[in-house]
Design a protein around this ligand. Sequence first.
Ligand code: CU
Length: 114
Amino acid sequence: MNRSAPVQVLGLAAVLVACASPPSTPPVTPVAISNFTFSPPDVTIKTGATVTWTNDDAATHTVTSDTAEGQDAFDSGPLAKGASYSRTFARTGDFTYHCNIHPQMTATVHVRSP
Ligand SMILES: [Cu+2]
């Protein structure tokens, strides 16, 4: 008995769904410290995003959360001219901060859900 089974070669087309590729690095929002001011004084970011402050002044400044304790507290320590400090914000909220050396310097990071 000669049984010839047709061999069907099914070409499986590998369909690659190209998702919109997210940026390889998380978004970073810059804030300049310039002329004794955080600039811009208000930034709005999404959770998981990072703010990077850079001191453009000759004077030393800090980036210090008004909240002194807990997981929402942060403090850059003294930032000399040209120094930077970064913080990633994992929780939503309005995070006010100031400069420890010049308390009149105040600003806010607004963190929203994506
Ligand atoms: Cu300062």
